[in-house]
Design a protein around this ligand. Structure first.
Ligand code: HEM
Length: 456
């Protein structure tokens, strides 16, 4: 595949760091979007960038270039162990952003199908109507935990909890385990390497314990369905795929909720269109996934051969950074925003859920969690507004994620709906459900003991 478009004609100039835009440096005052546009002007649809000091990859700025890489796994592998930096010992794959795990996300071809099929089939068995009710229950309970105060941080008190609690319910566990899993997930993705290592070990314990429990006591849940799948994954393989489901769902769904609420609070045209029912919540999510993508970039793919793409000469073993946010600004697909509502869109589908063999198998579920999450806030929090000036909001500096660190809001205080003095209200109340008499002191039960100790 050779895609050649206008713009820079360049090779992997490893000796010339001046050519590499440093994505690891603080976001420029003009914002990342201006940076993507500038890189496109300088290099065309593929630009050489640094994602850490000395760590160089090719950033795909063009829509078509992103699609081509996603849809050609025989040219670009998902197996990060093939990255030259790893092969030659300059990078290890122990961090969440640069990792390899024995799961579907990092596999290709027949192995990918073997690991992905149980995930897809298990997700296909989920009762979406019942799950929507669960999402609403959890969202309502989270709102109950802060509604009387008239103030909240909708990231730390709401958006980070909702996806993990929903996924935990799909594993067939009570909410208290979801809060534990949420804490462990946050430790894993923490920047602190030492804590991260402990988090990885605890997460392994959580999923091994979960698989063990479901092997002994199966139920109508994702893990039991994966264990029963005719493809016959081992217990360890099911544990890794269950961990993938959690890790893949957590961050993007959290930031889709956060970025959508931010959009409603800072863009009066969008808010009015949504309140007047001219803009459905699903269209609102699409607007956010076009214009304020939770993944701005995603690492990535590794070239399996020397290949010329978008004017860049990519060498076998080079890493490619998928550029969802830049692709959405590609003039070849960017549409004028709707004059009536202010909604952004494009002449093609947005790439937020990926494309090709690894495309997100849970887009319907993800959209439902985010849509119900945003709707419950809209319904329950009267007079919702930011509690700080928009320019005081802190965004993650990561080149990969676009999301808020906090979203402080105020609203008219109201009484909780109850009756739930609930497990889902734990972030505030710290009342943690203890394993009941029917919950054995197995690996998962022991982990619960550790977690309770951690929270004091
Ligand atoms: C707004 C929320 C979400 C977004 C934007 C999103 C996006 C994506 C993208 C872009 C990929 C492809 C990665 C690649 O090609 O390298 C992916 C893969 C995946 N996602 Fe999602 N996702 C979301 C929510 C979820 C949820 C809720 C689940 C499960 C409950 C989930 C499960 C997965 C899994 C298992 C994969 C790996 C598929 C494979 O490699 O074959 N995602 N997701």
């Amino acid at each position: 595949m050779t895609t050649t478009r206008s713009g820079g004609d360049h090779t992997a100039a490893h000796g010339c760091p001046a050519q590499y835009a440093r994505l690891h440096e603080p976001v420029p005052v003009s914002g990342r979007d201006a940076l993507w546009d500038q890189l496109r002007q300088e290099h065309g649809p593929v630009a050489p960038v640094e994602i850490e000091p000395g760590v160089r990859v090719w950033l795909l700025l063009g829509y078509q270039e992103n699609l081509s890489v996603l849809q050609n796994p025989h040219l670009f592998t998902r197996d990060t162990r093939r990255w030259r930096e790893v092969v030659e010992g300059r990078m290890d794959l122990s961090r969440p952003t640069f990792s390899w795990r024995p799961n579907a996300l990092y596999a290709d071809g027949a192995e990918h199908t073997r690991l992905r099929s149980p995930i897809v089939d298990a997700l296909g068995k989920v009762d979406m109507a019942a799950t929507d009710r669960t999402v609403r229950r959890i969202a309502e309970e989270l709102v109950d935990s802060f509604i009387a105060d008239g103030r909240a941080d909708l990231v730390s008190e709401y958006a980070v909890h909702l996806p993990v609690l929903v996924v935990n319910s799909l594993y067939g566990l009570p909410d208290s385990y979801g809060h534990m899993l949420g804490d462990i997930t946050r430790i894993v993705f923490d920047q602190d390497a030492e804590r991260g290592e402990e988090g990885v070990a605890r997460m392994h314990q959580y999923f091994s314990g979960l698989v063990n429990r479901k092997r002994n006591r199966p139920g109508p849940d994702l893990v039991s369905w994966m264990l029963q799948h005719p493809i016959g994954l081992s217990d360890n393989e099911v544990a890794h795929q269950a961990a993938l489901i959690n890790n893949a769902s957590h961050m993007p769904t959290t930031h889709l909720i956060g970025n959508t609420v931010w959009t409603l609070l800072t863009d009066p045209r969008i808010r009015t269109a949504h309140t007047d029912a001219r803009l459905s919540v699903q269209s609102l999510l699409d607007h956010v996934m076009w214009s304020n993508t939770p993944f701005q970039t995603l690492l990535g793919r590794i070239a399996l051969q020397d290949i010329r793409i978008g004017g860049a000469q990519i060498r076998s073993g080079d890493a490619v950074l998928l550029g969802f946010a830049p692709a959405h600004r590609d003039p070849s697909v960017q549409r004028e925003e709707d004059k009536d509502t202010g909604v952004a869109g494009g002449s093609r589908a947005h790439l937020m859920f990926g494309a090709g063999p690894h495309a997100c198998p849970a887009r319907e579920l993800a959209r439902m969690i985010a849509a119900t999450g945003v709707t419950v806030l809209h319904e329950r929090l009267a007079g919702l507004q930011l509690d700080v000036a928009p320019e005081q909001l802190r965004w993650h500096q990561s080149p990969f994620v676009r999301g808020l660190r906090e979203l402080p809001v105020q609203f008219v205080p109201a009484a909780p709906r109850g009756p739930q003095k609930t497990a889902a209200a734990e972030p505030r109340t710290r009342e943690v459900a203890v394993p009941g008499p029917d919950e054995p002191e197995d690996l998962l039960g022991k982990l619960m003991g550790w977690w309770r100790g951690l929270r004091g």
